[in-house]
Design a protein around this ligand. Structure first.
Ligand code: NDP
Length: 252
């Protein structure tokens, strides 16, 4: 059928732009009700209007995922308005690459706070939804957004790569506990995707490098990631695609 995700309740963090926004729209097209989480409420509201205009169901939840209590409240709101979540795309993240000797310690902290603590806050808030769904024989998917930076050795990427290595390895460990409970846990490790990610980089050399890559090769679009996440969620319940690397064909 055209709606393999009918009846599912999805949560997408980092849904106000980039791959999160496109994935939220796609999951809704495929039949899921989708809660979209990020800080920029205007963007979320516009996305919800788009999804509803296309016949889908969505809920905007303005939340800073680094705020644990706010994420807990968001999970309650999702449960009240859409029902228990059974697909969590844990995707909010920031990349602030810079040379280590520049000592951009505020940028280090922002990446650690969002990519690690924020990701863990979302897991804490929504894991009870996933385990409850799985215990009743329903679907349960946790998909964490890592990056090829988790394994590649890239100059000036040290703190960002460290946070992504954390996410990839965390996911392997979570599987050991959650797989036997029938909760699927996965990481997606994208290469270069055309999003707002480079806009936040304050190191001019680094942002030039990224802009150059986006200009010079046919990079991934958000839709490519959306299709991958949708596929991971739609395969039969006994199949767990655990670590998916998605690269632009031309990216070395
Ligand atoms: P974007 O910058 O377009 O999206 C990042 C999203 O995270 C936005 O929706 C932003 O919304 C949200 N966000 C930022 N801070 C917070 C916060 N404190 N609380 C809640 N939401 C927050 O970039 P991408 O789509 O590229 O990034 C998505 C993920 O993909 C990230 O984890 C990134 O590391 C990863 N990735 C990206 C790659 C690429 O080439 N683009 C490659 C590999 C991985 P708002 O500002 O409204 O809160």
């Amino acid at each position: 059928t055209g709606t393999p995700l009918a009846g599912r309740v999805a949560v997408v963090s980092g849904a106000s732009s980039g791959m999160g926004a496109v994935t939220a729209r796609r999951l809704a097209e495929l039949g899921a009700s989708v809660a979209v989480l990020a800080r920029r409420k205007d963007r979320l509201d516009a996305l919800v209007r788009d999804i509803e205009a296309a016949g889908g169901t969505a809920l905007a939840v303005a939340v800073d995922v680094t705020d644990r209590e706010a994420v807990t409240a968001a999970a309650r709101q999702v449960a009240d308005r859409l029902g228990r979540a059974d697909l969590v795309f844990n995707n909010a993240g920031v990349q602030l690459i810079s040379g280590i000797e520049e000592l951009k310690v505020d940028d280090w902290q922002r990446q650690i706070d969002l990519n690690i603590t924020g990701l863990m806050n979302v897991i804490a808030a929504f894991l009870p939804h996933l385990t409850a769904s799985a215990a009743e024989g329903g679907p349960a998917d946790l998909v964490n957004t890592s990056s090829i930076a988790a394994t590649r050795i890239l100059e000036k990427f040290s703190v960002y790569s460290g946070t992504k290595a954390y996410i990839s390895h965390l996911t392997r460990l979570l599987r050991v506990e959650l797989g036997p409970r029938m909760v699927r846990v996965a990481t997606i490790e994208p290469g270069m995707v055309d999003t707002e990610l480079p806009d936040h980089v304050t190191d001019p050399d680094a942002s030039k490098l990224m802009a150059g890559l986006i200009r010079d090769i046919d990079v991934l679009q958000g839709a490519d990631i959306a299709e991958t996440v949708a596929f991971m969620a739609a395969v039969p319940r006994h199949v767990n695609l655990t670590e998916i690397t998605v690269l632009p064909t031309a990216q070395a």
